[in-house]
Design a protein around this ligand. Structure first.
Ligand code: URQ
Ligand code: ZN
Ligand code: ZN
Length: 484
């Protein structure tokens, strides 16, 4: 069924233009002014609204088994909630247990995701190492459309990678033309601090941020960057939450190292005061890692996005309801880590990003969709309103207001970290694969029509010249000394 979106202004990461958009059979087939509607086409009158690429959330965990329970949001409800908020693709994570076969874990997650209502892809986590992991990484790239491998530097005695695994896996990723990504917190320090804090009798959620101070994230971000520098492997650091991580990325990028960064909508807008809430349920609902930080870090994160030091926004949507969070009622280290946001990311970023003048509409498209598509090598199929691109689109009314609340959100979780936030600017229509899945405040998603999106590898990033330069690149201090 063809649809003509008429009378809107098309906004891409690079440019905007008043144009109609014709979609058919899941693809964009024409973009131009005053398009003639073919016979039988459905017409959506955009009425001066913006027509933008659907959002891509490069960091979600639907129905993740974690810390003794399973995230409450599944692939159908999660991709439906995403569509309600203008996000039309997620990149989720296959997270094998240590010693679990990577390919087996990938196929298990693929089974869970068959219920998805919109398109999705998977980063695959490397949580252990042997020859089978080396081999499976190659198979996943060559045969299953995986071009990114995740490494948790936190979560000791669970899924944490030590430096040996990082070195082997980063090296393998580079050989394969895949991106190494990391959760950058020093898991040994977290483990040590957790024990120290519990010994002091602090068992409530207020102990969580005390056990993961910014220095713990800064160390790991810098270590991952240095490992990647020596190994000449491109690196993507997820959920950067503090100045320490941003400084490490900024230095690396200023020296020409290929490092990308992601920021969560939550870390831009929620601060660590939430952990001092005397109500356990509200405080525990905010336990996620890295934790929400002192407010001063938010300005650093916003500026890093504006400056292009970090390129993408995500949510790390990993939901646990109050009874699940209560598993840590007497010991904060047992509170399942994770918060939601997949439905709210686009609207909170428009309100606090575009309405405040931090970003243009084009830059909004870049940080919510196009940059993730480029970094994970699915642009312009995704992240662009252009002929031949997938018809994943939002009609965005810059005047539409909404008050965010768990009482009205579509996320399958009993808490919303943006509770009560009033935002202006929202998707009034969402199209996924050329079908209307959200209109007039009503979801119309179909279980199981979401597709797995293959992400091709990059040309192997192994130029000897680049490696030599990476190893010999003088630090700023040496450069200054040499200049004397
Ligand atoms: O660490 C992650 O990204 C997963 C396990 C979600 N939980 C979280 O606290 N960020
Ligand atoms: Zn993480
Ligand atoms: Zn995560």
């Amino acid at each position: 069924m063809a649809i003509l979106i008429r009378g809107g202004t098309v906004v891409n990461a690079d440019a905007s233009a008043r144009a109609d958009v014709l979609v058919d059979d899941g693809k964009i087939v024409a973009v131009g002014s005053d398009l003639d509607p073919p016979l039988g086409v459905e017409i959506i009158d955009a009425g001066g609204a913006l027509v933008m690429p659907g959002g891509i959330d490069p960091h979600t965990h639907m129905e993740l088994p974690f810390m003794g329970t399973t995230a409450s949001e599944d692939f159908f409800t999660g991709t439906s909630a995403a569509a309600a908020g203008g996000t039309t693709m997620i990149i989720d994570f296959v997270i094998p247990d240590p010693k679990e076969n990577l390919l087996g874990a990938y196929k298990k997650w693929r089974g869970w995701a068959e219920k998805a209502a919109a398109d999705y892809s998977f980063h695959v986590a490397v949580t252990w190492w042997d020859d089978s992991v080396h081999k499976d990484m190659g198979t996943l790239v060559s045969d299953y459309g995986v071009n990114s491998f995740k490494h948790f530097m936190a979560y000791k005695n669970a899924i944490m990678c030590d430096d040996e695994v990082l070195v082997k896996s980063f090296t393998r990723a580079r050989e394969l033309g895949a991106l190494a990504t990391v959760h950058a917190e020093n898991g040994e320090l977290v483990f040590h601090l957790q024990r120290e804090i519990l010994k002091q009798g602090i068992t409530g959620p207020e102990g969580h941020p005390l056990s993961r101070p910014p220095a713990v994230e800064g160390e790991a971000a810098n270590r991952a960057i240095r490992l990647a520098q020596v190994l000449n492997t491109p690196l993507y650091i997820v959920h950067n939450s503090c100045a320490e991580a941003i400084e490490a990325i900024a230095r690396a990028r200023s020296e020409g190292q290929r490092v990308f960064g992601e920021v969560l909508a939550g870390h831009l807008l929620v601060d660590d005061s939430v952990y001092r809430d005397p109500d356990f349920v509200r405080a525990a609902a905010h336990v996620m890692s890295p934790p929400f930080r002192p407010k001063a870090n938010q300005a650093v994160l916003w500026r890093a996005l504006q400056a292009g030091i970090v390129q993408t926004t995500a949510t790390d949507h990993c939901c646990f309801c109050a009874p699940q969070k209560a598993m840590g009622r007497n010991d904060f280290t047992k509170i399942p880590n994770g918060t939601g946001g997949v439905e709210d990311r686009m609207q909170v970023l428009w309100h606090h990003g575009v309405n405040t003048g931090r970003f243009t509409a084009n830059e909004f498209v870049a940080i919510t969709s196009a940059n993730a598509a480029k970094i994970f090598n699915i642009y312009p199929r995704k992240g662009s309103v252009a002929v031949g691109s997938d018809a994943d689109l939002v009609v965005w009314d810059t005047k539409k207001t909404r008050t965010i609340s768990a009482k009205t959100h579509h996320q399958n979780v009993d808490y919303n970290i943006f509770e009560g936030m009033e935002v202006t600017g929202a998707n009034v229509v969402t199209l996924s694969q050329g079908k209307v899945v959200w209109r007039d405040g009503q979801l119309d998603t179909r279980r199981g029509i979401g597709r797995y999106i293959d992400r091709p590898p990059f040309p192997p990033y192994h130029s000897a010249l680049m490696k030599k330069a990476a190893l010999e690149r003088p630090s700023p201090v040496l450069r200054a000394a040499a200049a004397e």
